[in-house]
Ligand binder design. Structure first.
Ligand code: DX5
Ligand code: ZN
Length: 228
C-alpha cells in the first residue's frame, strides 16, 4: 500500500505582510499540509521566522503544520515549536551530533518526528534512526532560499530511501525546486509528500494557487499510476 500523495505549500514564497490570509488562501486552494520553513542565519544563510509567527498562524488553518527547522542547535527550541502548534517537527541530520536524542524529544512532546537530509548527505546517515521517524525530508536544493533549481542527483537517493523504508509508516517528502515538471520524477522514485513554494504562490489569490497546486498534483498522480 503506497502512502497518499500530499502537497505541502511552503509559505516561504507567500506575502509575509499577509501571512494569515495567504495560509487561508492556500488551504482553500487544496493544500494538504502547510510547510513552515524556520531558518536561523547560522545553520543556513538566511533568517525567516520562529515559534511566535507559527503560533499566530495556528488559528488560520486546521491543516497539518509541517515545520522544517533549519536551525542549529535545535534541541533548546523543540518545546517552543510544539507549544506554537507544529504537528510535524523536522530537524536536519547535519544540525547536531545527537539526532536520536532530538527525535526522541520531539516524540516525547507528542509530535511527529521528521529528519531532513541535505543534497550532499547520503541516506546512510539516517539508517539507524528509522524506527524513531515519522517522516524523511529529502532536500532537492541547498536549504536557505526558495526559487532554486532542482538537483537531479536526489532522484536516485529518493529511490534508495524508499527501499530502505520498506513497510515502515514513514512519509517520504521532497523539498526544493518542485514544479509540475519535477514532481513526476520524485513521485516515480517513491516520494509521497511534495513541498512547493514558488510554484504554488505564483499569481495572486486562491484561484491561482488552486490551479498551481492542481498542476503539481495531477502530474505527480499520473507518475504514480493514479487518475489525475
Ligand atoms: C528551502 C526551503 C523550501 C523552499 C522551497 O530551504 O526548505 O521549503 O521554500 O521553495 P521552492 O519550492 O521555491 O524551491
Ligand atoms: Zn522546507
Amino acid at each position: 500500500m503506497s502512502r497518499p500523495l500530499l502537497i505541502a505549500p511552503s509559505v516561504l514564497a507567500a506575502d509575509f505582510s499577509r501571512l494569515g490570509e495567504e495560509v487561508r488562501a492556500v488551504e482553500q486552494a487544496g493544500a494538504d499540509w502547510i510547510h513552515l520553513d524556520v531558518m536561523d542565519g547560522h545553520f543556513v544563510p538566511n533568517i525567516t521566522f520562529g515559534p511566535d509567527v507559527i503560533k499566530a498562524l495556528r488559528p488560520h488553518s486546521k491543516k497539518i503544520f509541517d515545520t522544517h527547522l533549519m536551525i542549529a542547535p535545535c534541541d533548546p527550541h523543540l518545546d517552543a515549536f510544539a507549544k506554537a502548534g507544529a504537528d510535524i517537527i523536522t530537524v536536519h541530520v547535519e544540525a547536531g551530533p545527537h539526532l536520536h536524542r532530538s527525535l526522541q524529544a520531539i516524540r516525547a512532546l507528542g509530535k511527529k518526528a521528521g529528519v531532513s537530509i541535505n543534497p550532499a548527505t547520503p541516506e546512510s546517515a539516517i539508517e539507524y534512526v528509522l524506527d524513531q521517524l515519522d517522516l524523511i525530508l529529502v532536500m532537492s536544493v541547498n536549504p536557505g532560499f526558495g526559487g532554486q533549481v532542482f538537483i537531479p542527483a536526489v532522484i536516485e537517493k529518493i529511490a534508495r530511501l524508499r527501499t530502505m523504508i520498506g513497510g515502515r509508516p514513514i512519509d517520504l517528502e521532497v523539498d526544493g525546486g518542485i514544479t509540475p515538471e519535477t514532481a513526476p520524477k520524485v513521485t516515480a522514485a517513491g516520494a509521497n509528500v511534495l513541498v512547493a513554494g514558488s510554484a504554488v504562490f505564483k499569481g495572486a489569490g486562491a484561484d491561482a494557487y488552486r490551479a498551481n497546486i492542481a498542476a503539481i498534483r495531477n502530474a505527480a498522480a499520473l507518475a504514480r499510476g493514479e487518475a489525475a
